[in-house]
Design a protein around this ligand. Sequence first.
Ligand code: LRH
Length: 450
Amino acid sequence: MIGRVGPDTLDLELVTRFPNGPVELEDGLHWDFDALYGHIIVGLAEAVRREPAIESIGIDSWAVDYGLLRDGELLAQPFHYRDDRTERGVAKVHEITPFAELYQRNGLQFLPFNTLYQYRVDERLADADTSLLIPDLIAYLLTGISVAERTNASTTGLLGVRSGEWDAELADRLEIPSTALPALVDPGSVIGMLRPELAARIGKDLPIIAVGSHDTASAVVAVPLSSPNSAYISCGTWGLVGVELTEPVLTDAAREANFTHELGVDGRYRFLHNVTGLWLLSETVRTWESEDGAVIDLPELLDAASTVTGDIALFDANDASLSAPGDMPARIAAVLRADGSEVPDSRAAFARTIVESIAVAFATAVQTAADLSGRRLDSIHLVGGGSLNRLLCQATADRSGLPVLAGPVEATALGNVLVQARALGAAPATLEELRALVARTHGPVRFDPR
Ligand code: LRH
């Protein structure tokens, strides 16, 4: 994406998009990082060709996953967090440090793929001289400089929730080497300049500026929140549902509700819960497409889903059996049957069941966020790809009883460029002012509860 930011301007131009799915290798599920990196270099060169005035580069991606380096070379393709080896890591870590203690230290909700569990079962870690989370790995390949951007580092489970610094004592206890704890940097700081050979290939010598490199941290920057009484849902593959806080809520109730404290830009806390989001729909559609040998038109499917009448079967969107890639319609059907519910008999009805089940999980998480934070919430901002799904937005409004303000769809990219622009003196200083700029330039679409 190319971003253009001015006093009343906030524009994005899409340069390139490429698929990025899990690949099954002999030892488990991985990312095809080499392909990803290749696309990034081609995309950067094209961006500079289209807009020679580009001043900087910012990188964000999904959280928790990492690449291992030795002498500057990647040891293997990074593992995908949906690989089931992490289960063994959970047992080992909790044996050494019970979850309740972990929560007091790192404030993270339990997700079986949090980086510390992955590290604990990664036999290659001992061979590495550096471990970098995905955006930091890309920054390293571009600049030669290894750092850990703080918002994403908070998803490893190895950062102190109050201090925002590496918890070296915990890492020691879990026998995670200090090579996994690079120097921390904050969003807005310059990581370094492009390596000369890359600057030549891309066509310009540019700085890489740290942004909220956890995609959700960048997305939350660009949620046009106008009051503390709004919840947000950053909805793509996942639905990240919560509120922004300035102090952590490290209570037993927050731990039991599995609410996380991921660090946000400017020291805020992203107090949220991961709900399995549009992954359920995209994996379902992927399965149907491979059965049919033909592409499914998603807007058409959702239109048909919105005309379904009668009782809608519901299932727990967060059921653990729905997390790995595979035959999602069969798995959802199994969850429905186990619960004594009818399995919808058409694809439209099945899609409706998925969307409504996600909306129920969203509404529940919003209510829990309100209860735990003591806020009286009066609206929900829904950003990301899910904001284009009108059926989901309306269902979320209906099931929560709160208005849903949908958009911007590209919140993550907007938050990324806003933090770069601010570092370059081209955008205002506070998050509130940055969000006001988003609200002026990307007014949300309102869905009132029916
Ligand atoms: C969303 C996301 C989310 C994490 C998950 C691994 O893309 O970064 O915030 O929990 O991926």
